[in-house]
Each structure stands twice: as C-alpha cells, then as structure tokens.
Design a protein around this ligand. Structure first.
Ligand code: HEM
Length: 222
C-alpha cells in the first residue's frame, strides 16, 4: 500500500488518496490491449462503436443516479455538475459511429458496471468514486484519446463530441477545483478509504469493459 494510503490518520486529502490508491489500476487500464490498439489506430469503426455503446449505458446510469442524488446528498452535490454530462455527446457521436443503433447493447461488463453504479444510491461517497473515475479521466487522458481518434479517422471534429467539454475550456483549473471540493468533504478516515476502494472497483469495471472488447479485437482490425 502506498504511503498516502497507509497513513490513514494523517488526514491525507481525499483527492490524493484517490489518485494514489488507483495508480496501479490506472496503468493497467492504459495498457489494456483494446486501449493500446485503439490508440495505435488499429481498431475499426465497429470496435469504437461497440465501446461507445457500452459507455452509453454507463453514462446513462451515472447521470441518472447523479441527478437523483445531487439535491439530497452533500457528497454527490460536491461533484455533480451538468456541464460534465456526456450522454447527449455520446448519442451525437453514435450517429456517426453506429447509425441507427438503439443504444441498448448487450454486454455483461456494462451490466455489471451499471448495477454497481445503481448500488451507489446507498451512500454518496460511493457515487463520488465512480464520478471521479470517469469524468476526471475524460478530462485527462481522454482528451488525448479524442485527438488521436480525430486524426486516425480523419474526422475533422465529427464523432468526437464525447471528448469535448464546451463549458470547461481549461481542464486543469476545473480538475483543481474538483479535487478541492472532494478534499473539503467532511469524511472520516474509514469513509475516505471506502471511497478509495470504490475508485478501485470503478477502474476494475472499466478494465472489464476493455477485456470484453479486447476479446473481439480480431473482428475489429482495421
Ligand atoms: C490509454 C488510456 C489512458 C491514458 C493515456 C490516460 C492518461 C492520463 C493522464 C496523462 C492523466 C493525468 C492528467 C493530469 O495530471 O491532469 C490521467 C488522469 C486520470 N485518468 Fe487516465 N488515462 C487513460 C485511461 C484512463 C481510464 C480508462 C480511466 C478510467 C476509466 C482513467 C481515469 C483517470 C483519472 C480518474 C485521472 C485523474 C487522476 C487524478 O488526478 O486524480 N484514465 N490519465
């Protein structure tokens, strides 16, 4: 366990614990075969469409639960921000990547991810862990993924709305503010650890999505 996590009583900022606590999982996600192939320009339209269709289910759940809890749960209120929402952007992108798709893809990995997000209704700290894992990732490495897709598929900006946050022109100050809001939450050490554990779970669920897609790489070759 890293120093920042082991020292539970030091009052390490929650955001630092979340980042440190998921460092290994982050590296694993970055090096998953599906991501690596996608970023090398070797995944075709069907492959990226299948990824987006899974993300659609994840964000539909994330954004529905967020809406439901933001007005009643102070932890959810601290992270909830409609300018982050991705569902409309995913739908716009799907018109290019999977024209005519109804959005209801069958996927065990997406089923498991959605069920876990639904279960965060029991405590806002769990929801915040999922919110952080997706949206801070989208505002970080996600930005590079969007640029690579745009270049490889010569999209000229079409089909990559998922990576564009029109109301957040500068991710860095936004992420700093987001972390400050997490750090201002009044959580005890055990609660903070529970949040960090759920971040790990969230990364694992993303990893499972990548593995599901990775198993089909042969049919996704460009
Ligand atoms: C190839 C894929 C990926 C690349 C290249 C990548 C790259 C990065 C980079 C460079 C940062 C640091 C940005 C900064 O310091 O502001 C970052 C942060 C982050 N990434 Fe990724 N990432 C990838 C995949 C993922 C995935 C799959 C997830 C989770 C679903 C994720 C979640 C996060 C989170 C939550 C952060 C914020 C860490 C923090 O500052 O607290 N990333 N990523």
């Amino acid at each position: 366990m890293s120093a920042v996590l082991a020292d539970e009583t030091s009052g390490a900022p929650l955001s630092a614990m979340m980042r440190e606590g998921s460092r290994l999982e982050h590296t694993e996600a970055e090096s998953s075969s599906f991501m690596a192939e996608l970023l090398s320009g070797r995944v075709n339209q069907q492959g990226y469409a299948d990824y987006l269709l899974r993300l659609r289910r994840v964000y539909a759940a994330l954004e529905e639960v967020g809406h439901d809890l933001a007005t009643t749960d102070p932890i959810v209120a601290a992270v909830h921000d409609e300018s982050l929402e991705r569902l409309a952007a995913i739908d716009a992108d799907l018109e290019l990547w999977a024209p005519g798709a109804d959005g209801g893809v069958e996927s065990d990995a997406a089923d498991a991810y959605v069920a876990r997000i639904e279960a965060t209704r029991s405590w806002g700290g769990l929801y915040a862990a999922h919110h952080y894992t997706r949206y801070l990732g989208d505002l970080s490495g996600g930005q590079a993924i969007g640029r690579i897709l745009d270049r490889d598929f010569e999209l000229d900006g079409d089909g990559v709305a998922f990576y564009e946050f029109s109301e957040i022109p500068k991710p860095k100050p936004y992420k700093d503010g987001y972390r400050a809001r997490l750090d201002a939450l009044d959580l005890d050490p055990a609660e903070k650890l529970r949040v960090v554990e759920e971040v790990r779970v969230a990364f694992g669920l993303n990893q499972a999505l990548f593995e599901e897609l990775g198993a089909r790489l042969e049919s996704y070759r460009r």
